[in-house]
Design a protein around this ligand. Sequence first.
Ligand SMILES: [Zn+2]
Length: 497
Amino acid sequence: MHRRLIAPGALAAASLMLAIPASAASFSPGAPGIGDPYYPDYGNGGYDVSHYDLRLKYQPATDELEGTATLLARTTQDLSRFDLDFLLDVSEVRVNGAKASFTTSGEHELEITPKSPLAKGTSVTVVVRYSGVPSSKQAYGFTSWHRTPDGGVGANEPEAAWWWFPSNDHPLDKATYDVSVLVPDGSQAISNGTLQSTSSRLGWTRWNWRSDKPQATYLATLAVGRFDLTTGTTDGGIPVVNAYSKDLGANAGAARASVERTGEIADWLSGYFGPYPFDALGGYVPNTTTGYALETQTRPFYSPRQFANGSNTSVVVHELAHQWYGDLVSVRGWKDIWINEGFARYAQWLWSEHEDEGTAQELADYVYASHPADDTFWTVRPGDPGPENQFDIAVYDRGALALQALRNEIGDEAFFAVLKGWPQKHAYGNASVADFQRYAEEVSGQPLAGLFDTWLFQPSKPGAPAARGAAIARGAQAPARPKSWKGIAATNDVHAG
Ligand SMILES: [Zn+2]
């Protein structure tokens, strides 16, 4: 969502090594980044988090957030210190019960030095006490915290956690979550997973949410405001909780007419992608002024603007498709964004076909034909677009076109076997574009390097012979614009906040 380049952070000073005793010489600081070339400072090195317990209190009137985060982690190297990614004000850090010293560095690093160095392969409990006004904090000149008239919302990609909890902020480090938020009576706190309970006392209500399947940090969300909640159960038996700001105005009806179809759409998607992978489902629409939506795990975030022209089931299809492609199987590095967006867009094309508004083939033909060879659209390589083009429209439309080319190459049987098999193969983990190519080759028994190179990696429009070979835009005339085109294009705000 943020088109910017980030300079690599300075490496930890080697001189620090000289200051620690010889017996601890093998203990060194964890890296300030997890090793993603697109975002060198995102995530951290030296440990892996398994669980976040966030016990928070939020005051909607002032946007003040305070609380305690307890992280359960395991070290992956001998650590003299380590970083978390965080922006709010920290008052105390404890590591394995003992007070640790801490400082901040870079754009969003919280550097923690435990009293005793931490040996590789051991369990570590980190407790961070903090407070702050999320909307007052920026990193790289932007904020992912949306202040609303009745509260605030944390939802963005590739980063949102820094504004509300300390974390190892990269999809490679997934964890389970308990999120417990105290808000004034009359306000609601919405997060991921199942609503375990609520309890009220002295004018404040505590909302306890649980996500017991691994979840990437950017897919964790928190929204506090005045919401109407609806509940239900899918045909597959998954409990649904949706939440709508009481203040959606004229968009309220269209928002509900779309998001209330979440269970139906998830069941429909499971026909293509396999069983729904989580034990909770829903969506929420706060009264933000943003334009995008986001696949926050089990409970996508939708901005009211997605419903300004009436109901929009296509955006619901997009965000729910991500529950398999993006959430269940997450990117290994942010360069693998096609694994998320190409497939979520292709799901919209399948929905268009289902709704009789144009087939996936017709939409692919239209994408191919409507961008001339000199259009910069073709200079974006969906298979490795660069951080500045991570959410470019080409990642979506050219990305989905590549899937239609694959489908035509290997046939429907193999293609739909790949679509359904992939989420199972890498369930609750991470995978890359190269992993996907290998898997498609394995299932189809065909070599596909040339096809992937042409449709995902060349910075130019695939030529007429390649298109003919992949059965794209074969007709003599320019393909007509499918009926669903405009609606799908309107969801392009999905990541253009
Ligand atoms: Zn998306």
